[in-house]
Design a protein around this ligand. Structure first.
Ligand code: FE2
Length: 411
């Protein structure tokens, strides 16, 4: 790791010359990562070998490995450190950072989104209701470098596509003025997820036990806990209840009880639950798929919040193809790639339905789509009524983001 040490010492010297201004650190880190081009000289396996064979490692940060699988500290100085983050699983988490720095893709590739957040209502310093909206999507490949500005100046999500994906990060230790580090949940929430009280964690564990037992007192305990809880705790209870029941419809009584107690902010949590459920369904389906291209497309569906982001990502991956053709081809392929040779997604894959999909992606109205289907299929397998119901079905399916034209507006 001699090259990493040289990079670390150069960053130290250059940052000192700038009086250790935290806001200048991201650019210094980015320039050093580009200049030293460590991706040419370091393979990820070298890092794991170094980890095992070096007698005296730099002080390892985040020893609990709560971020990175694992995070390996390669160089540490008084004010910043350099780490390699290994990833085996993709995460859709949207977050800000309580530190400054820059990162570089060392191995693999990632779907990267930058986001903005427009607060509407402050619940407290660690929880805000507002609008989470996408600012741009990119495919990051080996060697790509990106700065990390501290606090709400830079909000992003990085979904790692490869197994493993490895990122080099040159970063400061946590900065007081950039705290708390917030997690953003589409479309309406920003919270400090680390702020959960120990008592709440234990109570949630107790509730889970009642659920696992299918105990008749579960619903009563749930309602009582919501009745006594603040909004932040209520969010955790709703999340757990949703994850255990796996069906928003079955959580309606709890949402109503929460609405009764906390009022309008709870309305903003319902669309959040819908996004979460859809993402979990796609994650489960993606786990069944081994084909790299199909896994990429499912990652796009998982991460892209709207049509523009999805099309951008597909154009970057398949620059010579029309992204609508790419989508239709994938959906055709998914018609037989589910368990037992059935459909993987919740959309039909017959040619007439694919024509409806194509015309809808091209922005045609249901009436124009019906005409187009008729023209493309003179035998007329689909009536106008059937076309209209297929259009509705597509908008409610796992392909939903492909039919969202702009950032979600849930006023
Ligand atoms: Fe990050």
């Amino acid at each position: 790791m001699d090259e990493v040490r040289k990079l670390g010492l150069a960053v130290e010297e250059r940052w000192r010359a700038k009086n250790f201004d935290e806001l200048l650190f991201p650019d210094i880190a980015r320039t050093a990562l580009e200049e030293f081009a460590l991706t040419a000289s370091i393979q990820y396996i070298d890092i794991l070998k170094w980890l095992n064979t070096t007698q005296e490692l730099p002080k390892q940060q985040n020893i609990e490995a709560t971020f990175g699988q694992p995070p390996v500290t390669l160089f540490a100085s008084q004010r910043f450190y350099v780490e390699a983050l290994f990833w085996l699983d993709g995460t859709t988490a949207i977050h800000s950072h309580a530190f400054a720095g820059a990162f570089q893709v060392l191995h693999g590739s990632s779907i990267h989104h930058e986001w903005g957040f427009e607060p509407r209502e402050r619940i407290n310093a660690r929880m805000f209701i507002g609008d989470v909206y996408p600012k741009g999507a990119a495919l990051l490949r080996k060697g790509d470098v990106h700065t990390i500005m501290p606090g709400s100046r830079f909000i992003h999500s990085v979904f790692h596509l490869d197994h493993p994906s490895v990122t080099l990060v040159v970063r400061t230790y946590p900065l007081e003025e950039a705290k708390p580090q917030l997690t953003y949940q589409c479309p309406h929430l920003a919270i400090d997820r680390l702020d959960i009280e120990e008592a709440t964690r234990r109570r949630l564990q107790g509730l889970r036990t009642l659920w696992e037992m299918r105990h008749p007192a579960y619903d009563i305990h749930l309602a009582e806990l919501v009745e006594r809880s603040d909004l932040f705790t209520t969010l955790w209870i709703l999340e757990q209840d949703l994850a255990t029941r796996g069906d928003i419809g079955k959580c309606v009584p709890l949402f109503m009880a929460a609405r009764e107690k906390h009022g309008r902010p709870v309305d903003f949590l319902i669309p959040l639950a819908e996004v979460r459920m859809r993402q979990e369904q796609i994650m489960r389906k993606r786990a069944l798929v081994t084909d790299a291209e199909q896994r990429f497309f499912l990652a796009v569906l998982l991460n892209a919040p709207n049509k523009a982001s999805a099309l951008d990502l597909l154009r970057m991956k398949y620059p010579d193809k029309d992204p609508v053709d790419v989508i239709v081809d994938f959906v055709r392929g998914f018609a037989t790639s589910g368990p037992g040779g059935g459909a993987l997604l919740d959309v039909p894959g017959d040619e007439a339905s694919l024509t409806v999909l194509r015309l809808q992606l091209q922005g045609k109205s249901p009436a124009e789509t019906a005409k187009g289907v008729e023209a493309g299929h003179p035998a007329g397998p689909l009536t106008a009524g059937k076309v209209a119901s297929l259009c509705d079905e597509l908008r409610a399916s796992l392909l939903k983001p492909l039919f969202i034209d702009a950032g979600p507006d849930l006023r």
